[in-house]
Design a protein around this ligand. Structure first.
Ligand SMILES: [Zn+2]
Length: 248
């Protein structure tokens, strides 16, 4: 089906421009899409080697865009180390004080270090996260996709334990039932196991609100140089999330 509609589009463009139901040409639609890309450049992760976008116009014509390019961020083998969960970050009001973050010693010193460098621009959005709030943040994703945990987190016994709970409880389909189940599994973990799953749980990670322009660039560089830094990322699952985690 895909190939037949594609060849139709190619044939049509040779004579008359393909038009969508709104009477716009493919070029007009494309120009609008590219404007969206331009305005939201931060949403297109710099570390991703390839981003493909497939559009189907009302006329049935298909349009596929592919973004690829050189990385400007060092490749990290731990891309699934951490999942900040974009909506969770949005729920947490920005502007938390360092004490509100309830961090361990290394992460707290790093947060203070960063704040001292950028007192007018830095806003913390997330710090230590309880097991209950971690479970509640994950549950809606599992409701939508029961393999979400397996597909999202790095391969650890902790991931396997959580996925097994989901697989073993097909009757648990609500956010609250799944959150309770995940929480019951996480509660059996030692502190090291918790840290291995998410350094937010152990208080060894914080997120800051993304900042644009030159200041944003400088903050990113400064994050990469923080003492005791274990790993950091500015992008996660296509969302711009600035996360730094530390060795305790
Ligand atoms: Zn984070």
């Amino acid at each position: 089906m895909a190939s037949s509609s594609k060849s139709t589009a190619r044939k049509s463009t040779a004579r008359t421009p393909v038009r969508s139901a709104r009477g716009r040409t493919l070029a007009q639609e494309l120009s609008e899409v590219l404007d969206v890309v331009r305005l939201h450049a931060a949403s297109f992760p710099s570390r991703t080697e390839r981003t493909r976008i497939s559009l189907t116009l009302d006329s049935g014509s298909r349009l596929e865009l592919e973004f690829s390019g050189p990385s400007d961020v060092g490749y990290s083998p731990e891309t699934n180390e951490h999942v900040c969960l974009g909506y969770d970050v949005q729920l947490e009001a920005p502007g938390k004080s360092i004490n509100d973050l309830d961090l361990g010693a290394s992460a707290k010193a790093a947060a203070q270090n960063l704040l001292d460098q950028f007192p007018d621009h830095l806003k913390f959005t997330s710090g230590r996260r309880s097991i209950a709030s971690q479970a509640s943040a994950m549950a809606p994703n599992v409701v939508k996709n029961r393999k979400w945990i397996q597909q999202t987190y790095k391969d650890t016994p902790q991931r396997a334990g959580l996925q097994k709970w989901v697989d073993d409880h097909p009757a648990a389909t609500t956010v609250s039932a799944i959150a309770a189940g995940l929480e019951s599994v996480m509660n059996t973990w030692t502190q090291d196991q918790q840290r291995n799953f998410s350094r937010h749980i152990s208080g060894d990670a914080f997120d800051v609100q993304p900042v644009g322009g030159d200041t944003g660039k400088k903050i990113k560089e400064a994050i990469g140089k923080l003492p005791k830094l274990h790993w950091h990322t500015f992008e996660e699952g296509g969302l711009e999330i600035w996360h730094a985690q530390f060795n305790p």
